[in-house]
Ligand binder design. Structure first.
Ligand code: ADP
Length: 300
């Protein structure tokens, strides 16, 4: 943690709306900054605050607030506590979660998760994606750092979906699929983006699931073949040409069927979430995985 506060939107000790006292910066760099704070009006409960400068050229926090509000009550959504704006910044207050999955993987031996952990995390992420799709939005930046484990004894085995800054509505007010744009700018993160995004095409529901597929592969293999390639187009070509037998070497055969289902889907198609869930559940049964088993990071 740096001692310099230059360029940061909030200062440690600052109190927002006489309620949330800033404790530390815990993330950011993308579009906003994330701080841990305590709620001085409510037993000093620990919360997370995402802030965006009023001067930011891309204002995305409004979208994040809209999505998070609609997700309230869903299992994989943070609790929404409040939002607001002043002349300096916009802010969103939500429940504070624990470590994100990118950090947990990096801290793991060999940078991978056991099949037991990866499959149970994968099932939870699949359900999180299904939840956001059910309210008419695509996430469009599904990646390990956008999922975190809970922090309290009640929530520490639950996965939470973060960061709706790139979310996009795919249904219109009538509940119909919006017409796809003929060209769309690249959105997301090169390592986990679906081929559709690389081709600057309109993303659909299956593309969030392709990102989950790449995440699962990386959890199990400890790496993806394009991890060191910076060039977006080259990564796109590698994904387009990838040999699934090599990519999924030593992985459960159900992951081949997972990808095969995604390959059948285009922009307007509804993914068969129940089928994808049943594939991951088959692994649970075959490997005798129990939901009470410890996750990798709970060992030792
Ligand atoms: P950005 O849009 O700037 O990338 P994110 O919303 O993705 O910001 O958050 C960046 C990081 O901050 C996450 O990877 C996570 O580690 C942390 N973070 C975000 N929201 C929370 C939260 N509610 N609780 C705990 N940590 C969070």
């Amino acid at each position: 943690m740096t001692s310099s506060s230059e360029g940061e939107i909030l200062q440690v000790g600052q109190v927002i709306r006489e309620r949330w006292k800033i404790k530390a910066k815990i993330g950011g760099g993308g579009f906003g900054e994330i701080y841990e704070a305590t709620d001085v009006q409510n037993h000093h409960e620990r919360v997370a605050i995402k802030v965006e400068s009023s001067k930011a050229t891309k204002q995305v926090l409004k979208m994040e607030v809209a999505v998070l509000r609609r997700l309230q009550g869903k299992k994989h959504a943070c609790k929404f506590y409040g939002c607001g704006r002043n002349d300096k910044f916009n802010y969103l207050v939500m429940s504070l979660q624990g470590k994100n999955l990118a950090d947990l993987r990096r801290e793991a031996p060999k940078q991978c998760f056991s099949l037991n952990t990866a499959i149970r995390i994968g099932l939870q992420i699949l359900n999180g994606i299904r939840e956001i799709h059910s309210i008419g939005f695509l996430h469009r930046d599904v990646k390990p750092s956008n999922f975190a484990m809970g922090r309290t004894s009640q929530t520490m085995r639950n996965v939470y979906m973060l960061d709706f800054g790139l979310a996009r509505q795919y249904l219109n007010a009538k509940g119909e699929i919006r017409s796809p744009r003929s060209a769309a700018g690249f959105r997301g993160t090169v390592r986990y983006a679906a081929v559709t995004a690389h081709k600057n095409k309109e993303m659909g529901r299956q593309d969030d699931l392709w990102s989950l597929f790449y995440m699962l592969t990386e959890f199990l293999q400890g790496q993806l073949p394009w991890r060191k390639i910076k060039d977006k187009d080259e990564v796109g070509r590698m994904k387009d040409d990838v040999d699934f037998t090599t990519l999924l070497e030593d992985c459960p055969s159900e992951l081949h069927l997972f990808a095969a289902h995604l390959k059948t889907l285009g922009y307007p198609d509804a993914p068969d979430y129940t089928f994808l869930e049943s594939l991951l559940n088959q692994v649970i049964v075959k490997e005798d995985i129990k939901w009470d088993d410890p996750y990798d990071w709970e060992n030792g």
